[in-house]
Design a protein around this ligand. Sequence first.
Ligand code: FE
Length: 212
Amino acid sequence: MNNKTSVGILVIVALIVGGYLLFRQSFIGKDMNQTSQTRQRKESTQSANVEVSSQCSVEVIPALTEGPYYKQNSPERTNLVEEGISGEKLTLTGFVFDQDCRPIANAWLDFWQADGEGNYDNQGFKLRGYQFTDSSGRYILETVVPGQYPGRTPHIHVKVRATENSPVITSQLFLPGVSQNQTDPIFNQALVMDVKDSRDGKVGTFNFVVNK
Ligand code: FE
């Protein structure tokens, strides 16, 4: 083997080792990034739980008008976001509590709302869906921030019921810091969601207190 061949082999070996190290570093880096994201998610979920539990009130939520656009037989789902629906993403979470601040598992919630431009789907079931709270009394709704339409401040309609034999409360949820809240006669401060910005749209919380 002459010197040129030896140098050539050394270069090839160096390239292979270097490539492997680069690949390994980027793979591990990605993995660590994912781990830290998972940890952040867990922490934010934990702090959200503490926050919402301490906010439980003994007052049953106020009932508000149903409005003209409620439709029965919407699909059961927690994610209302579909392709082509306008509006910024909103992930709403919270609990359904009884008046003693005990979370209610399997409580029924039915949501319906306008899209980001203030339009309801009255032909189909876009932005409409019902669900039940999980074993810890928690619900999650993936949707969009509702737009305003003439005469109304932005709102999400909801029906909620603790158990099959409980009364249904029909109400609406509102966004904080919207100027139209002050001029809408239906608006109620007790029904304003806590909303924050996140990397993935807005994140809201609201706890329902209902009678059983
Ligand atoms: Fe409405």
